[in-house]
Design a protein around this ligand. Structure first.
Ligand code: GAF
Length: 388
């Protein structure tokens, strides 16, 4: 339970509620900070942010779910607290840089997004907070502006070097669709997941319960490898903007000019971009089997080249692929733990769920969580109410 101050008194509260989902990425991992392609959906686990007028010159960020509050005037909110409140406070910092300073408020944060599971709990809280703070300031922004602002909040204030995928899909997702996003210019196509090639399948996430934070060093070191290799390629091939443009042939030509690990990280990213493009073709051709093969290819590449998997996740993927009705499985999200994403025939979902839980429990003595996911809309304003 949080350490909720009871001293704050309210006059009439004009309380408005905003909600942002979590996400599962179907394909395109670690491609979103070098101009590549991703294919995520938003899923129905949510952060809810209520914002109401405060009665002083203070800002108050509190939660019934997470411990600790952030409270005070602007000067009191300059330092990172290494707490959940860093996410909304980081968003406030980015708004203030743009000259947007909301009047005093009380923000209440709650939600049911699994934490440390690679399902984007951070982007969910950032985007819900951003909508609330914009509302409180009487301002609006486009989806892309909101996503980029929230990414900056995470990169700068939280000091977590994430890409743009999570913030974008959490903001802009559409029910029943995956978002095929080009992360260089933030253009996207909506790809149906409840009709067409994937109509007979469900998207199932399995949580290994191995937790990993992207603010920890592994994500950053992988990102550095990508950037080192990308720089070598740019110097060699004029006009090449980023890895979103690069080919495996070009990488081979530069292989001796970069460290081995940078080469492997780039090989993952370039081949992963190819897999997302191939997945688009597979979906257009109604070929779910091919889509599943591409997911597995992605997993192998993450395991061998990006080196961001772990024993528990490999076990979940390998086990899933032996189960009836599973057409594809892979690590999803930042990696080093978290979740797998699986495509499972509708009629086999119940036995798949029971079998994978059983196998994982027997192997690791841990009961994994399994989420059967619908693709839902991105962040919304839910309601405005007055409370005496
Ligand atoms: C995390 C990051 F936040 C994303 O930007 C992305 O890089 C992902 O890991 C890996 O694809 O979720």
């Amino acid at each position: 339970m949080g350490d909720i101050p009871l001293s704050t008194s309210f006059s009439t509260q004009h309380e408005t509620v905003f909600r942002a989902p979590a996400r599962v990425n179907l394909l395109g991992e670690h491609t979103d900070y070098s101009g590549g392609y991703v294919l995520p959906i938003a899923i129905p686990y949510y952060t809810e942010v209520k914002i109401a007028d405060g009665d002083s010159r203070h800002y108050l960020f509190r939660s019934h779910q997470f411990s600790g509050v952030a409270e005070g005037g602007w000067r009191d909110l300059q330092e990172r607290r290494h707490s959940w409140s860093d996410y909304p406070v980081g968003v406030l910092h980015e708004l203030v840089k743009l000259g947007i300073s909301p009047p005093p408020f009380v923000m209440d944060v709650s939600g049911n997004v699994p934490l440390g599971a690679g399902l984007s709990s951070s982007a969910s809280i950032e985007v819900a907070s951003c909508l609330a703070l914009l509302h409180r300031s009487g301002k609006t922004m486009t989806d892309a502006e909101i996503a980029l602002l929230c990414q900056r909040a995470e990169n700068i204030f939280v000091q977590s070097p994430c890409g743009i995928m999570d913030q974008f899909v959490v903001t802009a997702a559409k029910q029943g669709h995956a978002l095929l996003l080009q992360t260089r210019d933030l253009t996207y196509d909506l790809v149906p997941v409840t009709s067409g090639a994937l109509a007979d399948l469900r998207i199932v996430a399995c949580n290994s319960l191995v937790k990993h934070s992207i603010a920890a060093g592994d994500y950053g070191s992988r990102r550095k490898g990508v950037e080192t290799g990308q720089q070598v390629l740019r110097e060699r091939f004029s006009g090449l903007r980023d890895l979103g443009d690069a080919t495996l042939e070009q990488l081979e030509q530069c292989a001796n000019q970069m460290p081995e690990d940078a080469y492997k990280r780039c090989r993952h990213v370039i081949s992963e971009n190819g897999r997302v493009m191939a997945a688009r073709e597979a979906l257009l051709a109604g070929d779910a089997k091919r889509f599943g093969e591409l997911m597995l290819g992605s997993h192998v590449s993450q395991r061998n080249d990006f080196e961001c998997s772990c024993e528990e996740i490999d076990f979940l993927v390998e086990t899933a692929m032996t189960l009836q009705g599973c057409v594809g499985a892979r690590l999803t999200g930042g990696g080093f733990g978290g979740c797998t994403v699986n495509l499972v025939r509708k009629e086999d979902v119940d036995t798949f769920t029971a079998s994978i839980k059983d196998a994982y429990r027997q192997r690791f003595n841990i009961q994994p969580e399994v989420y059967v996911c619908d693709a839902v809309d991105g962040a919304v304003k839910l309601a405005a109410k007055e409370r005496a």
